[in-house]
Ligand binder design. Sequence first.
Ligand SMILES: Cc1cc2nc3c(=O)[nH]c(=O)nc-3n(C[C@H](O)[C@H](O)[C@H](O)COP(=O)(O)O)c2cc1C
Length: 212
Amino acid sequence: MGKLDFIYKRRSVRNFLDADVPADDLREILKAAIYAPSGKNLQNWHFVVVKNKAKIAEMAQIVERKNAELAELLPSEEKRKAFRGMVAYHTVFKKAPVVILVYAGPYPTLATDLAEAKAAPLDLIHALARPNPGVQNIAAAMENLLLAAANLGYGTCWMTGPTYAAEEISKLVGFTKPGYYLAAMTPLGVPADDKGTNPPRKPLDEVVTFIE
Ligand SMILES: Cc1cc2nc3c(=O)[nH]c(=O)nc-3n(C[C@H](O)[C@H](O)[C@H](O)COP(=O)(O)O)c2cc1C
């Protein structure tokens, strides 16, 4: 047992048993998510928890349809084929007992203020907007959620693939909140296998620079 096993226990799970997630565990996991840090403590997140099997299956069909539709827009058969080939990775939630949709809400910054007032050149606005703290908040909550779930024995998979069907998914579940959009989602359930490991990481020295 290493000291940081609570980190290493998490991996992306894409197959689930047909077993419920008790309501208490679900609340515990969501509570961990909202204890993530957020810029100005703005907590610009909203979680939509889908537990309805028919709706989850329909959500997967919606993503499949949208994938086929969007593939047609791509300029070459090679790109169309590659995009269609990804659809299995955009629907890995389809057998999970729970799907959590993670919505991101507005997060005003200097960049948004300048953009609204048209008070600075576009390249300056883009440069200022690039770190996107509003989305960083959502990512922090998402990682807390995933780590908490793993530590309670559940599998998850951070997913942004299906967000190309954000509008259709939001309509299916009937969720709207002004300024909020679907940023990510995750299935949640008991993993169907326990032999999975994380894919390899780049060596630490490749992605870390120490300034002494
Ligand atoms: C922002 C983000 C989006 C992702 N989207 C998807 C997705 O749409 N479908 C999928 O199967 N996995 C998705 N993943 C999971 C990654 O493929 C996975 O985290 C990566 O391969 C490392 O594996 P591990 O999570 O098991 O450590 C996503 C991960 C992140 C962080």
